[in-house]
Design a protein around this ligand. Structure first.
Ligand code: ADP
Ligand code: ADP
Length: 235
């Protein structure tokens, strides 16, 4: 059973049709790439999956069961976590604190205040190391990390708090070549840990090396759905 599935999903904002008849699936250990230019409907699609909007047509299923989420919190309760491109972080907050931020709202975890500071520091450091992120110090302000490192912290946090599906909204859009490579590496690690990843991008060069399935959107409609093995790249 796919973790997340849309069947002929559509979204109308009044008279505007932002999305029409879009279907996709993502299973555990798979990266589903959603590609398209501005206005293609990518944001609308992830807002539906993340619980910010509801589809007005078609079906949305999580682990085979139809769902209608009223809030991102409900999506998170089903293990669907979103990492936004623009991480709204307080730049002076230490990395470890940021790692545990909002954890009281996360599945299977007790209230933030009950956690011991040393435990949080140790855990954050170890979890980041396990993802291959070797920071000098988890006490350093999150604002001193590069954009790529901040995304990686967000990915590691979602993995630690038990996300099953990770939605990444243009995680490489604002990054240079080297940092994009680092973020792509963590996407692959999250996949290898058995998460389903939905990777939104307007850059096919970033999506092709990591994707298992590809959905191409244009003006709210699917103009192509490909499995990795269908694609042959020209030399
Ligand atoms: P993308 O993320 O690919 O740039 P969007 O999902 O933001 O695309 O937009 C898809 C279409 O839906 C666009 O034509 C956009 O103008 C329209 N749209 C998006 N959000 C709204 C909204 N809240 N109200 C009305 N139209 C919207
Ligand atoms: P919310 O779920 O918070 O009410 P909105 O639907 O109001 O969100 O807007 C979501 C996003 O879509 C915003 O980033 C906004 O800029 C964009 N948006 C809102 N209205 C339109 C529109 N008519 N055309 C294109 N984009 C829109």
């Amino acid at each position: 059973t796919p973790l997340v599935e849309l069947r002929d999903a559509g979204k109308r904002y009044g008279n505007i049709i932002a999305l029409r008849d879009v279907s996709l699936k993502v299973a555990a250990g798979e990266v589903m790439c959603v590609l398209g230019d501005n206005g293609a409907g990518k944001s609308t699609l992830i807002k539906i999956i993340a619980g910010l909007h509801q589809n007005t047509d078609g079906e949305y299923l999580v682990e085979g069961k139809p769902v209608k989420f009223d809030s991102p919190r409900q999506a998170l309760d089903h293990g669907i976590a979103t990492v936004y491109q623009d991480l709204a972080v307080a730049p002076l907050m230490p990395v470890w604190r940021n790692f545990f931020l909002g954890s009281e709202k996360t599945r299977g975890f007790g209230p933030f205040r009950r956690l011991d500071v040393d435990f949080m520091k140790k855990t954050a450091k170890q979890e980041l190391l396990d993802m291959g992120i070797d920071l000098r110090d988890v006490d350093q302000p999150i604002g001193t990390l590069s954009g790529g490192e901040r995304q990686c912290v967000a990915i590691a946090r979602a993995v630690y708090f038990g996300a099953k599906v990770l939605i990444l909204d243009e995680p490489t859009a604002a990054l240079g070549v080297k940092q994009s490579g680092v973020v792509l590496k963590y996407i692959v690690q999250a996949r290898d840990r058995g998460l389903g990843v939905i990777f939104i991008s307007h850059n096919p060069h970033h999506a092709y090396p990591v994707g298992d399935r590809f959905l191409l959107l244009k003006r709210g409609q699917s103009i192509g759905y490909h499995e990795k093995e269908d694609i042959t790249l020209e030399e």
